[in-house]
Structure formats: C-alpha cells, structure tokens
Design a protein around this ligand. Structure first.
Ligand code: PBG
Length: 396
C-alpha cells in the first residue's frame, strides 16, 4: 500500500478531500492506511473533520524534523545572546534626582552619584557588566568649541571615576564627540560658513579621549565620524601611556532619524543658525547616508588600519545588512547600537498592547546578534537580562 501511495504521489495524484459524512466509513479503509504511512506506523489520532486524505509526499528532506521539539530546537539553535554581550547606555546629569525621559519610557537621566550607581548595581546583578556614559551638560557650560568635553572635573570624568571606584571590574565605555558640550549641537566645531571642521575637531577629540582615559575609562568610543580620528586618538592615548585603553569606533554611523529620543535626553539637537553663523540643521556631512552600503566597508577598512579594537554599526535593526557586511569582512568584534528610536518604537507599541514587549525585545536583540554583532548597546539591557534569567530557555 505504501509503495502504491508513493507512485500515486509521484504521478501527481490529487489529494482526496474526505467527505464529511463518509468519514467514519473511510477510517476503516483508506484513511487508516494513509495515516499509518504518514505517521510511520503510528496511527494518527484525531484530525478535524474535513482534513483531506492525501498520500505521503515523497520529500527528500523535511526541515521541520529539526524543529520538532523544544529540546532539538535548543540543540540546533545557531545564535545565543548573553547578558555579557550587552552594553547599557546611561544618561547622567549633575543633580540628585532621576529625571524620566518622555520619549524613552523606562529610561531616565540618572543622578550621577546615586541613581547611576543603583542602576549599574542592578544591571550587574543580572550579568550586565558594561556601560557607556552619556552626560547631560548644563546649557551654560556649552560653548562653540566644547572645551567642557575635556574638563578633568567634568561630569563625564567624575562619573567614570566614581564607577571605576565602586565597581573596578565594570567595563566603562565613553562617548567621544563634542555634541553634548557644543552650543551649536554638532559633533564637531562649526565654522561661520557652517562647515564642521575635521582636523581642528580631532585635536579636541584627542584631548577628550585622554581626559576620559585619565579618569579611568576602559574603552573610548568616537561617535563623531570625523575622518582620521581613530588613529589620532590611538596616538594620543599611547603617548600618554594609555596603551591598554581600547577604542570602539562608531564605524558606520548613519545620519538617522532614529536618534530623536537620544537628542531629547541630552538636549543635543543641532541649534538654529544665526544671522552671522550658518549651522547645518542635520549631520549629513559627517554621518553616512542611509542609502549607502559600500561606504560602510570603506569606513571599516580605515578604522581597522587606524587601530580600532571594536567596530560599531548604528542604528541596529534597520542596518542588519551592514552588520553582516562588517562581520564578513573583518576579524574585529562588531558592536550594534540598538538606538533610542528603536527602543522608543518597541516601547510605544508595547504600551498600547500592540506587541508583546518581552518577546519582541528579545527577538530584536537575538536578530542583532544573528546578523553578526558580538556586542549590543541597548537601553533594554537590564530588563532583557532579567527576562532571560526568568525563563525563556530558548533564548539562552
Ligand atoms: C552623538 C551620539 C548620538 C547617539 C550616540 N552618540 C546622537 C547623534 O549622533 O546625534 C545616538 C544614540 C541613540 O539614539 O540611542 N555623538
């Protein structure tokens, strides 16, 4: 009977829909045989009435066999995310209270002395032991040349020292760029004609990186996209004796609309121009065009040559192809920044009950890893690590 059915299948025999009324009769004859064949000798129990009676398909391969139980699914899972892969970005301010950020529910500007320390302790308790610090600079300390960026007693520097003091084994990353300190709201110094000055900016980025290293930073992360800044920062660090301080380069950072909530958090939106000074309204002369793919490879080759230790792609989810490009073209660790706007989108949908937050967030993080990133910068770090510890064996 089995052979006969196979021949029928090969000859393209049409599936026979079991007529509803005749079903009990069929069970004793044709259906029983078909079921035995389909289930490899075990008679199939209970199918809804109306289920067609068909011959077994002669398939050379059935990928579903490798998904048939939770145990085999876990055994064959190609990607695993650990809290150890996460870097938690933290916003700090020079006050005591934590101030919620409207466009990032669940995220606050933390008081650098207390709120921050509590948040880091909580993250560490669930296995997240890496943070990147973003200071909110008071408006009165911002200037067009952003010297506050390398003030040895600046908020970033104080925060780094405090964290390294409290948690010596915490990996502290910093952001190297002028925008949180620049009254014009750009990552570099803006000339009166509205040009973001490259080489002049690099001089200050080097001072900023060295001052962060002096405060105890483990890894400095240039996010400014100036040309040649990685090699300049490497030399500046080395010449000051900081050969152990790493550089995570924002290699492919796109001029993206997904940074909106971050700029709310730090009040770092590019400022409006004035009569005598033109200030570009966007960052397109230094951040990459979202349309471009090959350009990311060009940046990656330079960052590698210039001595980057880690290369980053930012944003994350809309740029999975770029993460994969870098993964396939460099032996360096790759980081993905799951940015503020991506966080806000997921939160907003979850708040409305349109997405299951836990499942959606864990899937997003898993996919960033699958695309090829080793590290994931995410505002969901602590929450995700808690979910991962709680249950979801398939995520571990
Ligand atoms: C600025 C910087 C930005 C982010 C990290 N560093 C914003 C920007 O380039 O305007 C964005 C992070 C996020 O959106 O979560 N140097």
């Amino acid at each position: 009977m089995a052979a006969q059915l196979q021949t029928m299948a090969l000859a393209g025999a049409k599936p026979v829909a079991a007529p509803r009324r005749a079903r009990s009769q069929l069970r004793v004859s044709a259906v029983a045989d078909v079921e035995r064949v389909q289930t490899n000798g075990n008679v199939r129990r209970g199918v809804p009435e109306g289920t067609p009676v068909v011959p077994v398909r002669d398939l050379p391969s059935r990928p579903r066999r490798n998904r048939k139980s939770e145990t085999v699914r876990r055994a064959f899972s190609e990607t695993v995310v650990h809290p150890a892969n996460f870097i938690m970005p933290v916003f700090v301010h020079d006050g005591d209270k934590n101030i919620p950020i409207d466009s990032m529910p669940g995220v606050s500007r933390l008081g650098w002395k207390n709120g921050l320390v509590d948040a880091v302790a909580e993250a560490r308790s669930v296995g997240v032991n890496q943070v990147v610090i973003f200071p909110k600079t008071p408006e009165e300390l911002k200037t067009s040349t952003a010297e506050e960026a390398f003030n040895p007693n600046g908020l970033a520097q104080r925060t780094i020292s405090l964290l390294k003091d409290k948690f010596p084994d915490l990996e502290v990353y910093t952001d190297v760029a002028l925008d949180p300190y620049n009254s014009d709201g750009h990552d570099g110094i803006v000339s009166d004609e509205g040009v973001i000055l490259n080489d002049e900016t690099i001089e200050y980025l080097c001072r900023q990186a060295v001052s962060q290293a002096r405060a105890g930073a483990d890894c400095v992360s240039p996010s400014d996209m100036m040309d040649g800044r990685v090699s300049a920062i490497r030399q500046a660090l080395d010449s000051e004796g900081f050969t152990n301080v790493s550089i995570m380069a924002y290699t492919a950072k796109y001029a993206s609309a997904f940074y909106g909530p971050f700029r709310d958090a730090l009040a770092s939106v590019p400022k409006a121009g004035q009569a005598h000074r033109r200030i570009p309204p966007n960052k397109k002369t230094y951040q990459q065009d979202p349309a471009n793919f090959r350009e990311a490879l060009r940046e990656a080759r330079l960052d590698e040559l210039e001595g980057a230790d880690i290369m980053m792609v930012k944003p994350g989810l809309p740029y999975l192809d770029v993460i994969r490009l870098l993964r396939d073209n460099s032996p360096l660790p790759i980081a993905a920044y799951h940015v503020s706007g991506e966080y806000a989108m997921l939160k907003a949908a979850a708040e409305r009950g349109w997405l299951n937050e836990k499942d959606a967030v864990l899937e997003a993080l898993l996919c960033l890893k699958r695309a090829g990133s080793d590290l994931i910068l995410t505002y969901s770090a602590t929450e995700a690590a808690k979910w991962m510890a709680e249950d979801s064996p398939s995520w571990r």
